[in-house]
Design a protein around this ligand. Structure first.
Ligand code: NAD
Length: 293
């Protein structure tokens, strides 16, 4: 079997187009322009690229983009003060503090300062709690993008066996929760899992979010399974150049799976599109209006 490749770029482009349509309606009907504020501390090159892309995509969707660059040695107090300013700014509907933060800053303290309704990353404990209890909070972008792609691919997920490899707060755990909410039978595998090949081999849906290049071997995948590869790993090739690979051994997995996301071009592009979607949702909720379809 040769898997169909789930095109995250096309999926994201489609979603961004829909978001731009919603933004247009919100402007015309309610004089509301959703606004996203991104705070970047320090000069980490990868974070700078992410923030630049977020800024570009936000503007392209017709939304307001506010960018705050802070020095590496900014104090936790100053950063928290900035977050509080944004909490109180009515033009800002979504706040994202780019992680990781420098070591002298307590990440949890900063995240917990963001008003949960503006926490478009969905990392605030209130939002994790709402996700776990079926409430209406903000859902982390990467797992939400994965569930959108899975539902698009498979339709109803009810009763399917799903395995999430990785248990981080930002990907693994919310991913498992979302799959559970879709009535999947969910297993969370992690670094202490005893027999990972066996656990993965039983799954109709495999979501890999580990951060280890090609950890999930292609021949572990059950025939006909759907594979979502969240991992983004840069490895060195024999010629000294580098390339991006996922957490799944793509070529072999693609021979067994029914559908699989590539790296790059799979989950990655979806994350920014979902961030914009979350900002639109936050803006509508702040005004107490229904989100346009
Ligand atoms: P993390 O380091 O916080 O968590 C990794 C998880 O993998 C841990 O829970 C750990 O238990 C598990 N793990 C480690 N070794 C394992 C092993 N040998 N077997 C089974 N499980 C093991 O990472 P994260 O933030 O969840 O990110 C995971 C990957 O996803 C990274 O490559 C990251 O770059 C990528 N990522 C991509 C996006 C995107 O937009 N596509 C977003 C977030 C993260």
């Amino acid at each position: 079997m040769s898997a169909s490749i789930i095109d995250g770029k096309a999926f994201a482009a489609n979603l961004k187009e829909k978001i731009a349509g919603k933004v247009k309606i919100l402007k015309e009907k309610y004089d509301l322009t959703p606004g996203l504020a991104v705070v970047l501390v320090g000069e980490d090159p990868a974070s700078q690229v992410y923030v630049r892309n977020k800024n570009k995509s936000t503007k392209a969707a017709g939304m307001n983009s506010f960018e705050y660059l802070m020095d590496d040695d900014v104090s936790e107090e100053e950063l928290i003060k900035k977050v509080n300013e944004l909490n109180n700014d009515p033009n800002v509907h979504g706040i994202l503090v780019q992680l990781p933060l420098p070591e002298h800053i307590n990440e949890a303290a900063v995240i917990e300062t963001i008003t949960p309704e503006k926490d478009v990353d969905g990392f605030h404990v209130i939002n994790s709690g709402l996700l776990a209890t079926g409430g209406k909070g903000m859902v982390p972008c990467t797992p939400l993008g994965c569930i959108m792609m899975l539902k698009d691919q498979l339709g109803n997920l009810s009763g399917l066996d799903a395995v999430v490899v990785g248990r981080s707060n930002i990907v693994g755990k919310p991913m498992a929760q979302l799959l559970l909410n879709e009535s999947c039978t969910v297993t969370i595998a992690h670094s202490r899992t005893k027999d990972l090949p066996d656990v993965v081999g039983r799954a109709d849906i495999v979501v890999a979010a580990v951060g280890v290049p090609e950890l999930v071997k292609g021949n572990w995948i059950k025939k006909g399974a759907t594979v979502i590869d969240v991992g983004i790993n840069r490895i060195q090739k024999n010629d000294g150049k580098t390339k991006l690979v996922g957490d799944v051994e793509f070529a072999v997995a693609a021979e067994r799976a029914a559908a699989i996301t590539p790296v790059p071009g799979g989950v990655g592009p979806m994350t920014i599109a979902v961030l914009l979607q979350n900002t639109v949702t936050a803006a509508c909720r702040s005004m107490g209006i229904d989100e346009p379809n």
